[in-house]
Design a protein. Structure first.
Lengths: 114, 116
């Protein structure tokens, strides 16, 4: 069965520092990959997604992620953290386009220290 | 455009009762999906409706059901509530034409259901 792991349930970074949130998946088939953000008391918001083509994907709010097939990874990065980036981040993967086939990771809570 | 709205935002019920949650999608969106979010199980897909028809279904018991109206608004019903049904229930809408997860979904703020 397909699975998604996010290393670190809690990550803290200083304001202005690099943000790196890790996501690894188990799949023998090139997947569809997603990163979502969830702010307190809100629903999920799509940050970026990889479906095909360029492996470096740029998203909203200055985030980007790189699909590395050999490492089965899709890590999320942002060069400089802002206080407003504090939230829960979810990686998701799917081998097919059906919503019932999307597997969400457990999430990483990002704290930004002033 | 107005975003996805969900009502009510908070709900407290007791075991054995039933509950109905409502979701109004973004204007023009025809696909509505429902998700359950719990600390233990994380985010899990419940079902998707498109043009009043259930198009996809997750692995949940029959106590969980839904429907979609002609204006694309959707309701989700849970009967015979159990303690484990306590969760944040999220609704998401998308245009639906692509017919899958590559179609960007827009999420509502959720309904927090507590079962006592």
């Amino acid at each position: 069965a397909q699975s998604v792991t996010q290393l670190g349930s809690h990550v803290s970074v200083s304001e202005g520092a690099l943000v790196l949130l890790r996501c690894n998946y188990s799949s023998s088939v090139p997947p569809y990959l997603f990163w979502y953000v969830q702010y307190p008391n809100q629903g999920l918001q799509l940050l970026l997604k990889y479906t095909t083509g360029a492996t470096l994907v740029k998203g909203i709010n200055g985030f980007e992620a790189e699909f590395k097939k050999s490492e089965t990874s899709f890590h999320l990065t942002k060069p400089s953290a802002h206080m407003s980036d504090a939230a829960e981040y979810f990686c998701a993967v799917s081998r097919e386009t059906s919503y019932d086939k999307v597997i969400f990771g457990p999430g990483t809570s990002l704290s930004v220290i002033p | 455009k107005a975003g996805v709205t969900q009502t009510p935002r908070y709900l407290i019920k007791t075991r054995g009762q039933q509950v109905t949650l409502s979701c109004s999608p973004i204007s023009g969106h025809r696909s509505v999906s429902w998700y359950q979010q719990t600390p233990g199980q994380g985010l899990q897909f419940l079902f998707e409706y498109f043009s009043e028809t259930q198009r996809n279904k997750g692995n949940f018991p029959g106590r969980f059901s839904g429907r979609q109206f002609s204006n694309s608004r959707s309701e989700m019903n849970v009967s015979t509530l159990e303690l484990g049904d306590s969760a944040l229930y999220l609704c998401a809408s998308s245009p639906g034409l692509a017919g899958g997860s590559t179609d960007t979904q827009y999420f509502g703020p959720g309904t927090r259901l507590t079962v006592l």
